[in-house]
Ligand binder design. Sequence first.
Ligand code: SF4
Length: 449
Amino acid sequence: MNAIPLHLGTPLTRDPSVDHEIQRITGGLTDAETCNTDLAAGPWEFDSRPGYGPGSSMGDVIPAGAPRQGELPAAYREASEDELHDRIVAAKAALGERVVVLGHFYQREEVVRHADYVGDSFQLAKAAKAHPEAEAIVFCGVHFMAETADLLSGSDQAVILPNLAAGCSMADMANIDQVEECWEQLEDVYGPLDAADADGLVPVIPVTYMNSSAAIKGFVGRHGGIVCTSSNARTVLEWAFARGRRVLFFPDQHLGRNTAKAMGVPLEQMPMWNPNRPLGGNAEAELDDARVILWHGFCSVHRRFTVDQIEKARAEHPGVRVIVHPECPMPVVDAADEAGSTDYIRKAIQAATEPTTFAIGTEVNLVQRLAAEHPQHNIFCLDPVVCPCSTMYRIHPGYLAWVLESLAGSPTGTGTAVNRITVPADVAEPARLALERMLAAKPSPQVTA
Ligand code: SF4
């Protein structure tokens, strides 16, 4: 499960740029639809507004303490795509091995083409760890990803997020105060949460998805819990069930539900925890019987996929292979042929030897890139409306040029690591423990069989 060095990628045969498509839509050059025409503007147009920006996460509310991006200098806001491209190339060349640029699978094409590695959040954090010689790691992803890279990289390395407004609406749905409060309420229901019963099991093991803040990972580490990714969620739940009567899973209810259901946990033993209601909105008896308590969080991008879209794809493309991400709602996962992480989706397409039609339920930048890399297949996004992850979209090439030129000391001549993300030591230590538990967890024989 390694990130892909970009120079090993397959040459693209058609334009994979979602941004170009959105520009064509807003220019009236195509009948396609986008979820919000504001996406055609530069992110600096909406960085200062209280929200995640136009697109799929528009209804979500940025937490009060979330970092805010200052105004991007005019030289970057006003530069053309070609000029920004040339400036990024020149700054990277000047920096050489002093910098590693990481690009998430969901990042826009104009940024990804400058990445040294492309992958999911954990693959990229590991790629950062593999470059101790780099003094700076520029993470073209979202805030929690840069935090994870900071946890795994050297203390003398600066991890830089090109736009501080690039948060993740799902990660922000579980904040540390809400989680601490939930833990206290669970203690009232189950008694001391660190006391094992006669079978050696504690009442609750907390499990957090990688898509969560470092503060949540630290909480989990302090309370005997563990981190998971969408690739290893089942292995991690098995690890947790070997140590606890039940699991508190956050922030993504869908990944938790889809994974536990596939392991045979009945839906009635998976109550939802709404942090705005006493006992999460549950009766004590429901919590007593629970096997997995699901936090009320979701991904705004993956929530857009529906069973209707799958039925339409099957009607219009007989023989279509439907693969969706496990952050999609359960009925969508049930209706698909397969569900798996971004890495699973990428590998499934790479492994198809015969020309195949794929309908994919994940973020559109990845889907369009896969379609461009594999012209022998017909690959399309299940959602016909072009709607990228609006927080990932905050990383415009203008911000990448700004952070790289700042590092290189051009054009001002003062080399500076702007937008550095640093996890405080008291959080970093238990958060690393939770990540190390994940790395040590091994799948059970029946899972690998
Ligand atoms: S795709 Fe969803 S989970 Fe991923 S960064 Fe965007 S909002 Fe967060």
